[in-house]
Ligand binder design. Sequence first.
Ligand code: FEO
Length: 171
Amino acid sequence: MLSDSMNKALNDQINAELYSAYMYMSMNAYFKSINLDGFAAWMHAQAVEETEHAQKFYDFVNQRGGRVVLGAIDAPPNEWASPLAVFEDTLAHEQKVTGLINDLMEVALQEKDHATQIFLQWFVTEQVEEEESVGGVLEQLKLMGEAQGGLFMLDRELGKRGGGENGAEEG
Ligand code: FEO
């Protein structure tokens, strides 16, 4: 059985994960609007992953006899100055999420809630991967600077992740 404070903290994380999905959908829309369909596909894949993260927390709260309570999801930004600005926001966002996961782990440790600690370990590892993949794209964008050719090559590269759905088609 979850404590009330652990339950509340996990419900807050469901909201944070759904906000992440919403933010990535907004980034998908931005990239579509500037015809970078590979970047758009990458953002779509990211949004799908975030809804899966929300679902994992949702299922875990129910599994532990807690009560899922859903709150309002904040509106995400809709405009960015450049692809670089999008990825700067993305890295800052994922670093914030890493902090939230660490805070949840602190609550679980204080409460000696071992089941929640084990559940959260997957997210600790996931955040290392998230920051690495986002940071990698950000570094490439910084290196290429204003060169348009590099941007289109990166667009093709990122489009491979989306599998063509809601973004880039191969070829
Ligand atoms: Fe669910 Fe991108 O962290």
